[in-house]
Design a protein around this ligand. Structure first.
Ligand code: BGC
Length: 746
């Protein structure tokens, strides 16, 4: 009987222990930790620190002595990255196993959380499935695609034994010069916050203990994309009203969506490096947005408060500044300087113990949430989720829907399959120019690491039209001199019906992608001009991470297809569109500018629209080459019967908006129906239009559908002079396609 009671009591204790939340477990563990162990948890180092030969290692060979030094002697909480290129699933499993084995040798056996960038698929695992970059995802206007892609990314990352994904990028792409523009969802706030939050839920919603989920990381908080000169990590000057209107909503939405972690902008805003900005990190992020998760720095960004930003007179001051501002974990990442300096700073009372305990509790909570304390090792169930064939289908679906047809003069497209085609231009035989950054390597520009079955545009066009109908003047690789041979191009054009000119940008990431100018490279312009001089119809295929000016080569081009960097299946999607096996439906997620002096975004203010000159240019302030939302189809859609449930919207009520969309052409097609509003008069100059909702539909030839949206006052709100998000009573205009309606908010 006694024994039985004891068992019952044990079970009760066990149940209480089980009933503890992850936060409670973390708090209990913090109480047992030494200062050294705590500071260790706040330290994140790169794989070079534990690799044989340090930065010289390219193959992920772990040095047992260095591993022990990091994990046991310094108790690091997290490790990240690769040195040179991605590894196989097996290699990752081996690396993670070694790290977690070592973690078992620590006093409290706290597992290590490994983090990797999986920006458009699991970047650093070889043969993972790469999807369109965020910019291209935004062009799809199909919310199901970023969701499905994020789920696959999570599975393939988790299959690699990695449970922390440094994605999604939530920076708003309002500066097209910026080299990380392709990682953004484009210039619109609504697309960014909707797709970003949807991706976050997809990464995390299974519950992080499930082997199909990973912790997401919203980044890069805040305003990173808005650098004044467009160069990566250069100063941002931004009034708070702009910050709150265009850059903060994505993070607010992402916090609500439940993102577990956040990474900070390496830059400075108004002279304050964000890593040292207590207002943004603690007052806004923690108190106002209510974010409870882990705040991690970006690469080396604490020491740079001293070495680059010059706001901290000493390295230790830099550490104290960042931790006191609200940072929980430092991506140091190359040494243990942060560990040593933070220990000193705490001992000297420059950082209070309460801040350390708070940070460590958040880090440990994440580890409990991720199930790392139950099983820190790569899971067999997770591994079996890698590389399923349906992921390839999804990658193709996403690439298809991203393709944005910008010009189709005299219906030059689609081409018939017996057209004689000259395939030219530097992207014709490049895989890297179709995938872009974060593709098996950081820069994505090394073809060696791409899956063997990756196709080039030349190959997919040849697959469609047959080798006998295809000629090319190109060679392998973007920079191959053959690609720029104008004489050969002219000669080859003699016997063809059409020239498919594949131009744009090769892969780049971060600072290596800095550019002085958005002009298309001169040698490419020359090539296009030569092609246009032949008199043959020229179709431009733009493999671009950001808009490059084509203003002087556009008029003579017959067709233009924007492909962005759409991942593994870009080439297949291009050929499907060119030959009519897929009806394009992507829509530009940014305004394609004509020139450097005329970069105006679609949600412009009224005075950006007006040019105070008495000539033809008056009123043409928004004059891009192609407008935000532009995108052609092989069929046509007509809008009718725009109806509002009421002409007045009161208080918190909802307004239902419906419109009939008809496919008036002769083939089936997908189409994004977009709802814009305009506040006619407001206390802060209102935008000319703002996107408030979109829905992707599919219609057979001749078919009609009624599309319904519901909006409320939050969809009409803006940030006022007091920095409050408000909706002011007054007149509004609502626009869907070419239809307009008005209503009053009261
Ligand atoms: C980038 C981050 C990335 C980190 C780790 C940094 O240079 O800015 O986006 O997550 O490296 O790879």
């Amino acid at each position: 009987m006694k024994k039985f009671t004891a068992i019952l009591m044990l079970m009760a204790v066990y149940q209480i222990a089980r009933a503890q939340t992850d936060e409670q477990k973390a708090a209990a563990l913090v109480k047992k930790m030494t200062l050294e162990e705590k500071v260790g948890q706040m330290t994140q180092v790169t794989i070079a620190v534990i690799a044989q030969g340090g930065w010289g290692d390219t193959e992920g060979n772990i040095d047992p002595v260095a591993l022990k030094n990091a994990v046991v002697n310094h108790g690091v909480g997290s490790i990240l990255n690769v040195n040179a290129h991605g590894f196989t699933v097996d290699k990752w499993n081996e690396i993670i196993t070694k790290i977690q084995d070592e973690a078992k040798n620590t006093r409290l056996k706290i597992p290590v959380v490994y983090g990797l960038d999986g920006m458009h698929g699991q970047t650093y695992t070889l043969n993972s499935t790469l999807f369109p970059q965020n910019l291209a995802m935004a062009a799809t206007r199909n919310i199901n695609l970023p969701i499905a892609a994020a789920k696959v990314t999570a599975k393939e990352q988790r299959a690699s034994g990695v449970r922390w994904n440094f994605a999604p990028v939530l920076d708003c792409g309002r500066q097209p010069l910026w080299s990380r523009f392709p990682e953004t969802y484009g210039e619109d706030v609504y697309i960014g916050k909707t797709m970003g939050a949807a991706a976050i839920k997809a990464y995390e919603e299974d519950g992080l203990k499930n082997p199909t989920a990973v912790a997401s990381c919203m980044k890069h908080y805040l305003g990173y994309s808005n650098s004044r000169n467009g160069k990566d990590r250069t100063p941002i000057y931004m009034p708070e009203i702009e910050m709150r209107e265009y850059y903060l909503p994505q993070f607010r939405e992402a916090v609500k969506a439940g993102s577990s972690t956040i990474m900070i902008n390496s830059g400075e805003i108004n002279g304050v490096p964000v890593h040292a900005d207590k207002y943004l990190l603690t007052d806004v992020l923690r108190t106002e947005l209510g974010f409870q998760g882990v705040i991690v720095t970006d690469w080396e960004d604490i020491i740079r408060l001293h070495t680059r930003h010059n706001v901290a007179a000493t390295p230790r001051q830099a550490v104290a500044m960042a931790i006191n501002a609200g940072i929980d974990m430092s991506m140091v990442p190359s040494d243990f300087s942060f560990y040593d300096l933070l220990l000193e700073a705490v001992k000297l009372k420059e950082v209070p113990m309460s801040r350390i305990d708070d940070a460590v509790k958040r880090i440990l909570t994440l580890k409990f949430k991720l199930g790392l304390f139950d099983n820190p090792y790569p899971e067999a169930a997770a591994k079996s989720n890698f590389g399923k064939s349906e992921y390839q289908t999804l990658a193709l679906d996403a690439a298809h829907e991203a393709m944005t047809l910008l010009k189709n003069k005299n219906n030059v497209l689609p081409l018939s399959k017996n057209t004689k085609v000259l395939v030219a231009g530097p992207s014709a035989q490049s895989i890297t120019a179709l995938n872009g950054c974060w593709s098996y390597t950081w820069q994505g520009n090394n073809e060696q690491w791409y899956p063997a079955d990756s196709k080039t545009i030349l190959q997919t066009i040849t697959d469609k039209a047959g080798a006998a109908n295809v000629v090319t003047t190109t060679g392998k690789g973007f920079n191959n001199p053959l690609n720029y041979n104008v004489t050969a191009l002219k000669r080859a054009a003699d016997n063809v019906d059409v020239i498919v000119m594949c131009i744009g940008e090769d892969a780049y990431a971060e600072s290596p992608g800095n550019t002085r100018d958005l002009a298309l490279a001169e040698d490419q312009q020359e090539l296009v001009k030569a092609a246009e001089m032949t008199g043959k119809p020229v179709i431009l295929v733009l493999t671009e991470g950001r808009p490059r000016f084509i203003t002087n080569i556009e008029p003579a081009a017959s067709g233009i297809l924007m492909t962005y960097w759409s991942g593994k299946k870009t080439a297949e999607a291009v050929a499907d569109v060119l030959f009519g096996d897929y009806n394009p439906n992507g829509r530009l997620p940014f305004s394609y500018p004509k020139s450097m002096g005329e970069i105006v975004l679609y949600d412009r203010k009224p005075t950006e629209e007006v040019r105070e000159v008495f000539n033809d240019n008056a009123g043409k302030g928004y004059d891009p080459l192609f407008e935000f939302g532009y995108g052609l189809s092989y069929t046509s859609f007509e809008y009718s019967n725009l109806q509002l449930s009421s002409n007045t919207l009161s208080g918190d009520a909802k307004l239902t908006v419906s419109v009939t969309v008809k496919n008036t052409g002769s083939r089936a097609g997908k189409h994004s129906v977009e709802l814009y509003t305009r506040d006619m008069y407001a206390s802060i100059t209102p935008s000319m239009k703002r996107l408030r909702a979109f829905q992707k539909i599919e219609l057979d030839a001749g078919e009609s559908k009624v599309v319904t949206f519901t909006i409320d006052k939050n969809d009409l709100a803006f940030v006022n002079r007091q920095l409050k998000t408000v909706t002011e009573p007054g007149d509004f205009e609502l626009m869907i396609g070419d239809k307009k309606a008005t209503f009053i908010y009261q």
